[in-house]
Design a binder for this molecule. Structure first.
Ligand SMILES: Nc1ncnc2c1ncn2[C@@H]1O[C@H](COP(=O)(O)OP(=O)(O)OP(=O)(O)O)[C@@H](O)[C@H]1O
Ligand SMILES: [Mg+2]
Length: 266
């Protein structure tokens, strides 16, 4: 990763903010926070510190200039609120010079007129903003439509995008962006073993108690076939051919089921 040139004398960079809050950044956090990238994917184990590092980026962006806008996307309102809570506690603990103007559960506005706004990841709600930084938390579960809607809002501002998640099967934009190396992303993988706060004993106990599939997903950051999948993804891909017309054109409504919706507000 190329280094970013820090503003001379600035005490609002993300690493300093974490340190002031009593959190010494882990090596991968420090590399992420001091590097020059436009789009980053963090495929990181549970509790490895991906939200904390991204909250520091959010705060840095809000503090470094007036009138900056940071948008937080998450699959559901509860997770958006949770992310903003992390930003708020970092702000409180780092105690930067710029004061807080207004705040609500999903919004934070600083006295320099920069804003951090958290949105549930639904396509309709993300339109109409021009952002300096977009953060997709639990990104593998943020719908493709919400991700796609963020692209134009960064194009004009030249802003940055970071998606952070544990994997959620071999599907969706996060998986595709991670796998497709023709796409230009900074890719950061942090397994449980890379996290200094997780011991081998803890990880072994987790493996035994949660089962192999979940352990590989949550702590080894592996994009695996989903447990309810009938055929392996690699078998499906091997069987696909683009050269033939489909035999039947199907009515998708026939496939609707009465299962729970994947995304809801709470
Ligand atoms: N560099 C650090 N030093 C000390 N503690 C840290 C550091 N980074 C994160 N933590 C702590 O580790 C815990 C988990 O951090 P965080 O919520 O950022 O992880 P996460 O990867 O987003 O977890 P989850 O997968 O559950 O969303 C928090 O208590 C946080 O304060
Ligand atoms: Mg998190």
């Amino acid at each position: 990763m190329r280094s970013r040139v820090a503003d001379e004398g600035a005490d609002t960079d993300a690493v300093t903010l974490m340190s002031r809050a009593g959190l010494e950044p882990d090596p991968w956090q420090k590399a992420l926070l001091t590097s020059d990238w436009e789009r980053a994917l963090l495929n990181c184990a549970r509790q490895s510190g991906k939200t904390t590092a991204s909250a520091a980026l959010a705060l840095e962006t809000a503090l470094e200039a007036t009138d900056n806008l940071v948008l937080i996307l998450a699959p559901a309102r509860r997770q958006s609120k949770e992310f903003l809570r992390s930003v708020r506690s970092l702000y409180r603990d780092a105690n930067p010079d710029v004061g807080l103007d207004k705040q609500s559960e999903l919004r934070l506005r600083l006295e320099n007129e920069s804003r951090i706004i958290a949105l549930p990841g639904k396509e309709g709600t993300v339109r109409g903003y021009t952002a300096d930084l977009v953060i997709a938390d639990e990104a593998a579960r943020v719908p493709d439509s919400a991700y796609v809607a963020t692209r134009p809002m960064l194009a004009v501002s030249g802003g940055r995008f970071v998606g952070l998640s544990t994997p959620a099967g071999q599907r969706g934009w996060f998986y595709t962006a991670w796998k497709d190396k023709t796409q230009d992303w900074e890719r950061v993988k942090v397994t449980g073993r890379d996290c200094p706060r997780m011991t081998e004993d803890f990880l072994e106990q987790e493996r035994q108690e949660m089962g192999d599939w979940e352990f590989r997903n949550e702590y080894l950051c592996e994009f695996q076939d989903t447990t309810d999948q009938l055929f392996r993804t690699e078998d499906i891909e091997a069987a696909l051919t683009s050269g033939r017309e489909p035999l039947f054109s199907e009515d998708p409504s026939e496939h609707l089921t009465d299962r729970e919706p994947l995304f809801s507000d709470e």
